[in-house]
Design a protein around this ligand. Structure first.
Ligand SMILES: [Zn+2]
Length: 446
């Protein structure tokens, strides 16, 4: 096929139809391109995704926001489009940092890290590792999309490929785990049968007579079709492998339901291998750590979780009991002011948790005539002043002056109970705050 025929127009409708199956060759644009730049901008990757070295001529140099780009008469660099990222590589040994399509005329811009715009004749190199990764993932997508149609009549309505993620969105509200498994199995069968994958150019009229997985919403022009022998036929502008075997394997890794769509995350070929290596390493580490076989990891973790829950419940119960004893002990040591026992105590965060200060305060002031001035020192400081119903004193008048010593104003409460917190501080500082409150209290109740 003559390279000129492969001139493709994507932009006119790429906006309304963004899956890679949607790429077309438009007669209108072909005509437009066959004027003074009839040989410019030929997309060589449409015919052959395996070529990584090519010669070309610079036909235009672009400067934009301090960036430089060149347009070549022909290129193997794939530009970001249709859910597939751009190729990287070099042009005359200068790294290509991005490849984009210019909206007004669909020229392919190769963005370069240089201000030197050399001679016109250049040599381009495609980064094969990245190109092949995209070919594997993208071809895998065609296979999996067709598999979901055959197993569950679930159509693909979205596709996204990036360096670390590969997803399709299925238009379906209901898919059983068995259907998911069957679609994955069918996809791998197709891979292992190593079916040929062919590129065909047809007119829209011809395409309408073919059983395309998806017919792009266009009225005229030519379509580039990707055919997986006796399995899938669809319009697409991406790069694909030439036989299904090169995809290696397809593994579905995650499902995410969104309204009436199902997002299927999967991995093909070397990405699937990488995913397996990572998970294998995690599973082996877990098995070693839990000193159990791989099959026993899950029951073992679930058992541990249950035990942990029980232990936490028990610990909480025992801590509450301890607080009772602590309260009884403090009540013994209180200072009597008239008939009121005044108890003051500063804890560190090793001794007590913030929530427990309140429980202790409750225990202390449940009965009798008791005033408790409690403090907690640590990463955050805390004060709790409370009294029993029958005890005198205005706790809310004590809290602010005491908190000032901690460098905080965040606190308040009622006559019976007031509390507040401040920044982290040591025991001595909190002790000073409590002593300040004590002096004020004695003024109140004497
Ligand atoms: Zn494709």
């Amino acid at each position: 096929m003559h390279p000129g025929i492969i001139l493709v127009s994507l932009f006119a409708f790429a906006k309304e139809f963004s899956t890679p199956q949607s790429f077309i060759v438009s007669e209108h644009n072909f005509a437009h391109k066959s004027d003074h730049r009839s040989m410019t901008n030929t997309r060589l990757y449409y015919q052959n995704a395996y070529t990584t070295r090519f010669e070309a001529t610079i036909v235009e140099r672009v400067r934009e926001d301090g960036q430089t780009a060149v347009v070549l008469d022909q290129t193997y660099f794939y530009p970001t489009s249709g859910g597939q990222p751009f190729d990287t590589g070099t042009i005359n040994n200068v790294p290509v940092q991005n490849v984009t399509i210019r909206e007004k005329d669909e020229a392919i811009l190769h963005w370069l890290d240089t201000t030197n715009l050399w001679e016109d004749k250049v040599i381009g190199h495609i980064n094969w590792a990245r190109r092949f990764d995209h070919m594997q993932q993208h071809t895998g997508q065609h296979i999996l999309s067709q598999s979901f149609i055959q197993i569950a009549q679930a159509e693909t309505v979205g596709f996204h490929l990036s360096d670390n993620s590969l997803t399709i969105d299925l238009h379906t509200s209901q898919l059983s785990p068995t259907q998911i498994e069957e679609a994955e199995y069918l996809a791998n069968q197709i891979i292992w049968q190593n079916r040929p994958i062919r590129i065909r150019m047809v007119t829209v009229e011809q395409a309408k007579k073919l059983a395309l997985r998806k017919l792009p919403p266009v009225r005229q022009g030519n379509l580039r079709l990707i055919e997986i022998e006796q399995f899938d036929l669809t319009a697409c502008g991406g790069t694909h492998v030439s036989q299904t075997g090169a995809v290696g394997i397809i593994k579905i890794v995650k499902l995410e339901r969104q309204n009436n769509q199902l997002r299927v995350e999967f991995a093909c070929g070397q990405r699937a291998l990488h995913d397996y290596s990572l998970k294998n390493s995690i599973v082996n580490q877990l098995a070693a750590d839990l000193t159990t076989g791989i099959e026993e990891i899950l029951p073992s973790v679930l058992r541990s979780k249950e035990e942990n829950k029980d232990n936490r419940r028990l610990l909480k119960k025992q801590q509450e009991q301890l607080l009772y004893f602590e309260a009884a002990d403090l009540l013994q040591k209180g200072t009597m002011v008239g008939k009121t026992a005044v108890i003051s105590r500063v804890f560190t965060s090793d001794e007590l948790e913030p929530g427990q200060l309140r429980i202790l305060g409750n225990h202390l002031t449940q009965s009798g005539q008791v005033i408790a001035l409690l403090g907690l020192a640590g990463e955050k400081s805390q004060l709790l002043f409370c009294r029993s119903q029958s005890a005198p004193g205005e706790m809310n008048q004590l809290i602010k002056p005491a908190l000032q010593i901690l460098g905080s104003a965040a606190g308040g409460g009622s006559a019976a109970m007031a509390q507040g917190g401040g920044p982290g501080t040591d025991k001595e500082r909190v002790q000073q705050a409590i002593e300040k409150a004590e002096r004020l209290l004695l003024g109140q109740i004497r």
